[in-house]
Design a protein around this ligand. Sequence first.
Ligand SMILES: [Zn+2]
Ligand SMILES: [Zn+2]
Length: 196
Amino acid sequence: MEQRNWKSLFKDELERISAPHEWDFILDNTLQKQLAWLVYIPCTFGRFHCSSCNRLWHSARVHLLFLMMLDKVRRCGTVKMRIFKQKCRRCTSADMEEPEISQENIRIVIGNLVNRIQSKIYLKNNWNQDRKPLVIDNFIEGPHNKEHCEACQANVCPISMLNMDRSIPGNSIGLYLILPAVFFIICFIIHFITNI
Ligand SMILES: [Zn+2]
Ligand SMILES: [Zn+2]
């Protein structure tokens, strides 16, 4: 049902930009990033339901992976989509669950996706900023837990990439401390030798 929503909204958006080619839209639950494909990894808001304990939770970090490519010989484009799952924090052996995403948030993600196609594939330079997802009032999300996030496990979650980035300056700080110390010791030795 939901997949039909994605496809029909995608078709509407292609009409909005008067796309000169036909485009396929494929849902693939095992999709990974691939070379030569244009990548878009948005984040939206959705609701999950644990099938073990019936708990409901909302997340503003529902990750999606889109790959886009235009085959100019066949005169046909392809978009592949993966929706990343999450699992319940309370149940130790819970399954990964698919999110429910509102029609309005699907429309926002698809609009942002088609703006990219227009700008990066058809080179029409009228891409505005991405629209942000609609989030319910008073929504507060706990800390992000990698073990419960399928996107983190597939290494596409921006939160996990952020954590990876953070470790790089951490390593360089050590270098920044060692280099002046080595410089100081060399100066001290030179000063000591020249004063003998
Ligand atoms: Zn549960
Ligand atoms: Zn994650």
